[in-house]
Design a protein around this ligand. Structure first.
Ligand code: BGP
Length: 485
């Protein structure tokens, strides 16, 4: 059986869900400068000037162009309005309560609290908004699970100090953490530091203008220090706090039993995943990364107390996302690549979603077992789900049986990991429980929700919420504590 206090719920993130980007004294975040997928080709690396000439931009020009454009209220940027949780939070939380949620995973927008990121006095209106949200959750007995940072940062810090490349950003972030830990003490117990820390890379997530490997690892060191210090601070402020990390759990398989394939997979899974959880769960840099840095002449600038900070700031639990798995291969002609020169092959045993994400429920059980074996820390599935295009039928309903299938199969495997393998699992919060903007494409048409939101890729729609078939199905799942699938 799953634990009695198992946290059934759903997950969202401020920049993809909240909207109200210039309301309540909020400052501009890097995520506000990202256009959606359908506009990408026009606006990402080029734009048309008044004479209809295409102007191509270099990386840093591009960023300042996007920054300027983000201030233009006539252009569509997904995060600006998103699905307007900012004005719909009461209705949305009521829908979550109707599904029977025990918890709701969400993120706080840093720039609602500190508009530029470097202030000393927080923005009261921003703090008040989350007070209202948490009170609304608690009214229904829903525990908030809060990600401190989900794919954005104050534009000011990005523009003035190259974001996480600067050690000063650590101090700014900790001021923000201290403020929210103190303010929401007694209301929020479950926290996570950085969403999918192993996927952070570009301007939107790290605030760095021209990226290279040296800068990447230096910024990452700052993130690790910030996370470890936040864990310590959170514990000091409230010993009840549980503070986790958040890993994008990309499961990889070797293509064959050729030892070269196995060795490649070991290397890839360390670089993509375990390096990040090793540091945050064990409190020190693993030998394989130190050797890699030596080979690549990477030198991390550290302060004298940093090793101790990492040691004292290990996380309490591992939150992770799981959507799919991939196959790595030593074959040069495989045709797909993971970036960094890693070749990927198709998995002939798995079907794929419309977005070519392989569907692999057994991979969830495998992932749970690997993480449990490796760290012996409680695990929390904080993202899982099926991105699909939904249509409203003639009867006015959304019959999303494909989503029910996906979730049913994954919950089955999750239960096996707990009931047959003894994994310690805290909860399950499927991604985008109410439709929201896709992080990868910036579009609305890739939907994950059990509640449909009337909104299209250009930001048009009534924002009306409609319960999908999966809504009623998930309600029964929670009611029966995962027995009735
Ligand atoms: C994870 C992110 C989420 C979310 C999800 C689905 O990587 O933490 O923010 O969006 O993936 O991805 P996408 O929106 O690209 O389908």
């Amino acid at each position: 059986m799953l634990k009695k206090d198992f946290l059934w719920g759903g997950a969202t993130a401020a920049n993809q869900f909240e909207g109200g980007y210039q309301e309540g004294g909020r400052g501009l975040a890097t995520s506000d400068t990202k256009t959606n997928g359908s506009l990408t080709c026009k606006r990402k690396h080029s734009f048309l000037n008044e004479n209809n000439e295409i102007i191509y931009l270099h990386e840093s020009e591009l960023i300042s162009h996007q920054y300027q454009a983000a201030l233009d209220p006539n252009m569509y940027y997904p995060s600006h309005k998103a699905v307007d949780f900012y004005h719909h939070y009461q209705q949305d939380i009521a829908l979550m309560a109707e599904m029977g949620f025990k918890c709701y995973r969400m993120s706080i927008s840093w720039t609602r609290i500190f508009p530029n990121g470097n202030e000393f006095i927080p923005n009261e209106e921003g703090l008040k908004f989350y007070d209202d949200v948490f009170n609304e959750c608690l009214k229904y007995g829903i525990q908030p699970v809060v990600t401190l940072n989900h794919f954005d940062m104050p534009v000011y810090l990005a523009q003035h100090q190259d974001g996480w490349l600067s050690r000063n950003t650590v101090d700014c972030f900790l001021r923000y953490c201290q403020t929210v830990f103190e303010r929401y003490k007694g209301k929020v117990k479950y926290w996570m530091t950085f969403n999918e820390i192993n996927l952070l890379r570009g301007y939107a997530t790290l605030g760095i203008h021209e990226m290279n490997t040296q800068k990447y690892y230096q910024a990452l060191h700052h993130l690790f220090i910030a996370s470890a210090k936040a864990v310590q601070l959170g514990h000091q402020i409230d010993s009840d706090n549980q503070i986790g990390m958040m890993l994008a759990n990309i499961l990889t398989y070797p293509e064959t039993c050729n030892p070269a394939d196995i060795a490649l997979e070991l290397n890839v899974s360390r670089r993509l995943k375990y390096f990040f959880s090793d540091v945050q769960c064990r409190g020190y840099y693993p030998s394989y990364i130190l050797k890699q840095w030596e080979k690549e002449n990477i030198e991390i600038i550290k302060e004298s107390q940093d090793d101790q900070i990492l040691k004292d700031g290990c996380v309490d639990y591992i939150g992770f996302s799981y959507y799919n798995s991939g196959v790595v291969t030593t074959r040069e002609d495989a045709g797909m690549s993971l970036g960094n020169g890693v070749n990927m092959a198709q998995n002939p045993y798995l079907k794929e979603s419309e977005w070519k994400w392989p569907i692999d429920p057994i991979g969830l059980r495998i992932s749970l077992n690997i993480l449990w074996d490796r760290y012996q820390k409680p695990l929390f599935i904080v993202e899982n789900g099926f991105g699909a295009q939904d249509t409203i039928d003639e009867d006015g309903c959304i019959h999303d049986e494909y989503r029910i299938h996906y979730m049913r199969d994954h919950i089955r495997e999750m239960k096996k990991a707990v009931e047959e393998d003894g994994v310690d699992l805290m909860g399950y919060t499927p991604w985008g429980c109410i439709d929201l903007v896709s992080a990868g494409t910036g579009e609305m048409k890739k939907r994950y929700g059990m509640v449909y939101v009337d909104m299209d890729d250009e930001g048009k729609g009534s924002l009306k919420r409609i319960r999908k078939d999966s809504f009623y199905w998930y309600q029964k799942v929670i009611q029966s504590h995962g027995e009735c699938l």
